[in-house]
Design a protein around this ligand. Sequence first.
Ligand SMILES: [Mg+2]
Length: 392
Amino acid sequence: MKITRIETYVCHARMRNWIFVKVLTDQPGLWGWGEATLEWHTKAVVGAIEDLSQLLIGEDPRRIEHLWQMMYRQHFWHGNGIVRGTAISGIDIALWDIAGKIHGVPCHELWGGRVRDYVRLYCHLGGGRMEDFYETSPADANRFAALAVQAVEQGFTAFKSMAVPETMSLEGLQPVKYAEACVRAMRDAVGDQIDIMVDCHARPSPRMGLLFAKALEPYNLYFFEEPCWPETMDDIAMIQRAVKTPIASGERLVGVYAFREMLEKRAVSVIQPDITHCGGLTEARRITALAEAYRVSVAPHNPQGPISTAASLELGFATSSYIICESVHQDVPWRNEVVNEGFSLQEDGRLIFPNKRPGLGIEINEEEVKKHPFQTEILQRTFYKDGSVGDW
Ligand SMILES: [Mg+2]
């Protein structure tokens, strides 16, 4: 059995271009789907996949670990960078899809079988319309409360919000009070039965991140995400030691080595590997195995397209420490025309039940994808009030 071709399909889905990866084999009707979506780097990732395909054409697709090692270690440059890591991930996910199809079982059956009955989902406030959320002026506490109630009405028992405003490396009391008011309003609106998460997008400095974490501690967040740059692991650890709130991070990390540092430093209570960036399902399984040794929970970053979601769910059904999956459920109205998914959703509670189809259980309609060609993503240009550069 040989890999004969690796194709990419770019599908513009409002906020981002989904990059679907199709690995074809010399067996009639046998191919695998992966995803390698990386906003603002679409052309670079498509090019990186084309470069990597030179290594893989003619190779046996069943040798997933061997091919992963080739992709990571050959061509001299290791695969730690986000573009190469994403390209490797897209191909690796497709190889696991092929493996499941060869054996006629879902991917989670290949990894020791199902460890849970369902996977719980959480949403973003705004129903996934994140770009609208960011473009409008800062929301007030009442708006956050209304969005929180709406999420609960849609069946979610957990949601994430961007209640921490952008700040310079040090600002006074106002942004901290603002964040506290927004979280208090959400908690008052939904009560104690609903899990609230706050994502800082790693915008704050370590000191501001600590001030926000301390201020929000009384509201018992399910987790507090990326309180400062992931480049400064000691600072994330400092914040985690200072509060009882579980700290989460890891969506921008590539490779088990980066997560090893995060875990060794006890920096977080929740790791958030992104399966389309961290090195695919092969590397995600190494990362989650390492996290198991530290009894750290797993909640994958998953705001991309449907193949990323399918891969994240397959991992969830085979990973005991997996607690919840991110979902963007209202991204494009034509989602079901582009993709056919093997999972079933219970709207009440937003629970996903296992895929019973082989592999990832997903098929992509290539003709529908072609109706949504590449468009440049909305440029994110964030500046503080004095004109200096901020993080988006
Ligand atoms: Mg995040």
